[in-house]
Design a protein around this ligand. Structure first.
Ligand code: AHR
Length: 497
């Protein structure tokens, strides 16, 4: 546990604000995310508001989630929004062709979702159906949720009990158009995008609609290049990117009983986000040097084999300290690229993939990933403090990764926060942080760690992993602190004001 070069945190008046939307979430009609997760129906004995679980609402309010993406994912390009409005008993059913082939009754629809967003005080981010829907259908959806005057769609909304429009700003124009969204080539999708985006009216929305093009999968740089080149930028506010930390799509490995080798590979995938963001941004810089178009990582997270005995199409997995590491590293990468990364969505909020919340009937638990999100809340809309340092290495079987990930920010009230992650599976890493240019007198710290990497919260022991005060640091010389980061830990340093 040797100290590497000190971490230097220096203010820079030109540094970007870390957009709170980087801390966004995602709720798809997939497995038990919506049905049996968020939504239990208003006749359930589980306490709910209009059918949505109160415990989930309260937990997400605590996180101050800035946005929630819905209804997919792959599901979005099969979804016909008009099936999900009006009297519930009259709604047609839909077969969820991507996720388990289950039939759903459309009981959770546009009103349910947008009212939920109001309850959560979060911005909705709707994914429009481009794959199997029409231009008219998407244009109608925009009018239905946003138009305040008289029109066929706003009248229909009012008939369905909602007088005022919700004013939805964020819209995805299709999802994974290269795959489940239609297996399109980038060149073809760019033209399709131009057409759909043209008819989505931004009237009534301050600053107009914020439209996001379906983006590349991980290192498909050609995709980003074509979108940036072929789509006029006045039609394009964001370009998406999806990157999952997955070992091998045919053999993803267990969510809990993994070996260190598995862990290392997932950390490689997590760190890969740094390279992916840098390279996609470099392409965007070529076509948009003024950085008017944003990079939106609207799906990210760890993807493992489903929990034994659960429906393989439901993507239910437990969440361990490994996921806390993945979240900490990824969020630090986004923070450090805040000049171009303006929004991101963890996949997914409840009971699916790297969830922040898991439920079992009336029980609910908060995962280690939830706690990381909560610790990092302090970075929402704070100004980035650029950080420079050389990390010590975490090595396994001849391969190595940076052991330490860090980002820092100064909040609106002037308070400095530094988030540090030590991904080393065994070693405490002692690092020095040079805070001389910040004039900090005193700090406190909180840490998330546990005895074993595989540790996780269960319905019987839901608080096994939670943040705790952390004392293992001291001012060693003037303005420099020395901190001992335990193996696989996330530590948040907070300036005492
Ligand atoms: O998040 C699960 C799925 O992963 C989404 O539906 C899809 O967009 C991606 O492939």
């Amino acid at each position: 546990s040797q100290a590497g070069t000190p971490i230097v945190v220096k203010p820079d008046a030109g540094a970007p604000i870390i957009n709170k939307h980087i801390y966004g979430h995602f709720a798809e009609h997939l497995g038990r995310c919506i049905y049996g997760g968020f939504y239990v129906g208003d006749s359930s004995t589980i306490p709910n508001t209009a059918g949505v679980r109160n415990d989930i609402v309260n937990a997400l309010k605590e996180l101050e989630i800035p946005n929630l993406r819905w209804p997919g994912g792959c599901f979005a390009d099969t979804y016909h929004w008009k099936d999900g409005i009006g009297p519930k008993e009259e709604r047609p059913t839909i077969v969820n062709q991507w996720w388990g082939g289950v039939t759903e009754d459309n009981s959770f629809g546009t009103h349910d979702f947008l009212n939920l967003c109001e309850l959560l005080n979060t911005e909705p981010y709707l994914a429009g159906n481009v794959g199997s829907g029409t231009v008219q259908e998407l244009a109608d959806w925009v009018q239905y949720v946003n138009f305040s005057g008289t029109s066929p769609m706003s009248d229909l909304r009012k008939e369905n009990g909602r007088e005022e429009p919700w004013k939805v700003k964020y819209w995805g124009v299709g999802n994974e158009a290269w795959g489940c969204g239609g297996h399109m080539r980038a060149e073809y999708y760019a033209d399709v995008y131009r057409k759909y985006a043209t008819f989505m009216s931004g009237a009534n929305i301050e600053g107009g609609l914020y439209k996001v093009a379906s983006g590349a999968s991980s290192n498909d740089y050609h995709w980003t290049e074509v979108i940036m080149k072929n789509v006029p930028h006045h039609l394009l506010q964001g370009v998406a990117l999806h990157h999952y930390s997955v070992i091998d799509w045919n053999n993803k490995g267990p969510a809990v009983d993994f070996q260190e080798e598995h862990y290392f590979k997932i950390m490689q995938k997590a760190w890969e986000m740094e390279e992916l963001v840098s390279k996609h941004v470099a392409i965007m810089d070529k076509y948009d040097p003024e950085k008017k178009v944003d990079l939106i990582v609207d799906e990210w997270g760890g993807w493992y084999d489903v929990e034994e005995g659960t429906n393989p199409g439901f993507l239910y997995q437990q969440n361990t300290m490994r996921d806390a590491m993945l979240a900490g590293v990824t969020l630090n990468i986004f923070n450090n690229h805040a000049d171009r990364v303006k929004m991101a969505n963890l996949a997914q909020a409840v009971n699916v993939l790297q969830a922040v919340i898991l439920t079992d009937e009336e029980k609910m638990l908060l995962t280690p990933t939830y706690h990381v999100m909560k610790m990092y809340k302090v970075h929402h809309d704070a100004q980035l403090l650029p950080v420079t340092f050389d990390s010590p290495e975490y090595s396994l079987k001849g391969e190595s990764l940076p052991a330490i990930s860090v980002s820092a920010s100064r909040g609106k009230n002037g308070q400095v926060h530094i988030s540090l992650v030590n991904i080393d599976a065994a070693k405490t890493n002692a690092v020095e942080i040079d805070l001389n240019s910040l004039g900090i007198k005193e700090l406190t710290a909180t840490a998330l760690t546990s005895e074993k990497l595989q540790d996780h919260n269960t319905f019987d022991d839901p608080e096994k992993i939670k943040p705790a005060p952390f004392k293992n640091f001291k001012m060693s010389k003037k303005g420099v602190i020395k901190i001992e980061l335990p193996p696989f830990s996330v530590v948040m340093l907070e300036e005492v004001k």
